[in-house]
Design a protein around this ligand. Structure first.
Ligand code: DX5
Ligand code: ZN
Length: 217
């Protein structure tokens, strides 16, 4: 059974607790927090203060996706804010092995993300060390973009890589996921589905989450 990780990037921040609870009622498994710095990605979103608030809204694990430069300087703050997973971008980190080890030392599960234009090959050497591989299916920076179809091939490649190295990382997919393409993504081998606008930009957050959950379970 795959997991659903609603991204609060598209939530109403004036009502964050209630919106997270609605997603939880609809079957959310994790809460995905998109941290953006205006450098690695063009947009600025939020930092550890909001992650802490998201954590306090439910008992669900908080999945922090760092789209930032100099991630090492901020790992401790996100760990203290209650992150269960911290994911950094392969393209934004110079010493990836060191950063992954640091995340684990903080008692947090460690993830690596790759952009749509980054080949899977780039995470091959770190694949045995990670708990999560986040495959971006849109160019990171904004919610509400369309799913890039070549991501399906990359998900399948990731499944093969995991088998080959006898790895244990979860394969998470992020960007442009809707009830129309979720089944294709599931069939490709995804374990965790991030969805922002297709859950929070709706009239009924619980129902939208439940609809997606029903497809991926
Ligand atoms: C994009 C973020 C995503 C985003 C997904 O940079 O990493 O998590 O919130 O939003 P949707 O589901 O609207 O594509
Ligand atoms: Zn994300």
């Amino acid at each position: 059974m795959a997991l659903l990780a609603p991204s609060i990037l598209s939530a109403d921040f004036s009502n964050l607790h209630q919106q997270i609870r609605s997603a939880e009622i609809g079957g959310a498994d994790w809460i995905h927090c998109d941290v953006m710095d205006g450098h690695f990605v063009p947009n600025i979103s939020f930092g550890a203060v909001v992650v802490k608030a998201a954590k306090s809204a439910s008992k669900l694990p908080v999945d922090v996706h760092l789209m930032i430069e100099h991630a090492d300087k901020h790992l401790e703050a996100f760990a203290k804010a209650g992150a269960s997973y911290i994911t950094v971008h392969q393209e934004a980190v110079v010493h990836l092995n060191r950063t992954i080890n640091r995340i684990k030392e903080l008692g947090v599960k460690a993830g690596v993300s790759i952009n749509p234009s980054t080949p899977l090959e780039m995470i091959k050497e770190i694949a045995e060390e990670i708990d999560l591989l986040l495959i971006m299916s849109v160019n990171p920076g904004f919610g509400g973009q369309s799913f890039i179809n070549s991501s399906l091939r990359k998900i399948k490649e990731a499944v093969l890589l995991r088998k080959k190295i006898n790895g244990s990382f979860l394969i998470e997919v992020d960007g442009g996921i809707t009830s129309s393409n979720a089944k294709l993504i599931l069939d490709a081998g995804a374990d965790v589905f991030v969805a922002g606008s297709s859950i929070f930009n709706t009239d009924n957050i619980s129902a939208a989450a439940a609809e997606l959950k029903n497809i991926i379970k």
